[in-house]
Design a protein around this ligand. Structure first.
Ligand code: NAD
Ligand code: WQD
Length: 337
């Protein structure tokens, strides 16, 4: 199969490219490098020993995307291309709606014109809103606490409407929980620009001495140790979930939603402790105020993906911490050495 990865140079896209190539598929990447760089693609080629066709382009650009679809015989699209910083989305909502929705519409138009019938979409657990976990795919979408989350909810609806209007179309909505970790080679990983918004990159940068102290956002939640709990998933497991989804799409039509999580939550303090014990590096932290918009708990019911896709997360929390640290310590400044 030839799989087009829109936003494929990014954190999850690059790990997915490795799994697709290792499984014998061909990969075409389109990325504008707004939150990544071409080096990640080179590293994927190094890891796999295979080559990737790549384009530096804005997925919103219909003219360029039409050419890319004409030049490659695409069987399936995976749509990773999105802006994802929750805080920034509350300050610049129009930028988020424009980028995230327009990339989706352009891909759908190009697919229709080129006769491509399968799309896998990067959605998020955030679409469940404030319901009580574990989150099951049959729950209705909830109210999102930020514009980023709303773009995901809207794109799920757009893709569902398109599948309802075209009986030949397959839409797979993958709702990711909290991806962390890196490829065990230490060659690819998460490369946030500026101050990291997410927990694991922040912890890794404190471990590396790039940041002085981690602030744990709130210690007074109604959870076992007072800190928030999340369903952290190793990015390589997540990438394998994409491979399963792409293969499933070959023989199924219509819309399917899958949670990609482990089903087991860990608290912020448990993450800090696991990082320390699996790497031997101490994390300087302080417990501070709650971060607006954070939910106390979020975790998946991961049984549907196991039953339907035959996919389950295999890696442990120790693997997640060790591989995050391996990437961070070998690439202290990410891809930009
Ligand atoms: P990322 O920022 O590393 O990857 C996204 C990639 O898309 C980047 O390489 C960026 O340069 C590219 N991109 C953005 N807009 C583009 C455009 N208009 N044209 C071309 N390329 C564009 O993020 P990620 O963590 O790999 O996330 C991938 C997808 O998964 C995103 O849609 C994100 O919203 C979603 N998601 C991520 C998480 C997470 O915690 N990382 C959780 C749930 C959902
Ligand atoms: C995890 C936990 C924080 C940083 C976000 C998006 C979601 C999805 C995944 C993308 C929380 C705590 C964090 C820090 C901390 N994104 N924390 N100190 O908020 O669960 O999910 O990323 O597409 O939509 O909302 O992930 O990594 O930001 O936080 O204490 O410096 O770590 O309060 O409990 P979150 P996160």
């Amino acid at each position: 199969m030839v799989v087009l990865l829109a936003g494929g140079a990014g954190y999850i896209g690059s790990h997915t490219a490795v799994e697709l190539l290792n499984a014998g598929h061909d990969v075409v990447i389109v990325d504008d490098y707004s939150n990544s760089c071409p080096e990640s693609i080179k590293r994927v080629e190094e890891i796999t020993g295979k080559s990737i066709v790549s384009y530096e382009a804005d997925v919103k650009d219909k003219e360029v995307m039409t050419k890319i679809f004409a030049e490659n015989k695409i069987d399936c699209v995976i749509h990773f291309a999105g802006l994802k910083a929750v805080g920034e989305s509350t300050r610049l909502p129009a930028k988020y709606y424009r980028n995230n929705i327009d990339t989706t519409l352009t891909l759908l138009e190009c697919m229709k014109e080129a006769g491509v019938k399968k799309i896998v979409f990067s959605s998020s657990a955030t679409v469940y809103g404030e319901q009580k976990p574990p989150y099951v795919e049959t729950m209705p979408r909830g109210a999102c606490s930020n514009p980023y989350g709303w773009t995901k909810a809207m794109m799920e609806q757009i893709l569902t409407d398109c599948a309802n209007a075209d009986s030949e179309l397959t839409v797979i909505l993958l709702r990711y929980f909290n991806p962390i970790g890196a490829h065990p080679s230490g060659k690819i990983g998460e490369d946030p620009q500026g101050i990291p918004n997410n927990l694991m990159p922040y912890v890794s940068q404190v471990a590396a001495g790039r940041r002085e102290q981690l602030t744990i956002f709130g210690g007074d939640y109604d959870t076992p140790d007072g800190t928030c709990r999340r369903d952290y998933i190793h990015v390589v497991d997540l990438a394998c979930g994409h491979l399963k989804a792409v293969e499933y799409a070959q023989s199924h039509k219509g819309v399917e939603i899958f949670n990609l999580g482990t089903g087991t939550p860990y608290s912020v303090l448990e993450i800090v402790n696991a990082f320390e014990s699996s790497t031997g590096v101490k994390i300087n932290y302080v417990i501070g105020d709650r971060r607006p918009g954070d939910l106390p708990d979020s975790w998946a019911d991961a049984s549907k993906a196991a039953k339907v896709l035959g996919w389950e997360a295999k890696k442990t929390l120790e693997d997640m911490c060790k591989d995050s640290w391996n990437w961070q310590s070998h690439n202290p400044n990410g891809y930009r050495q």
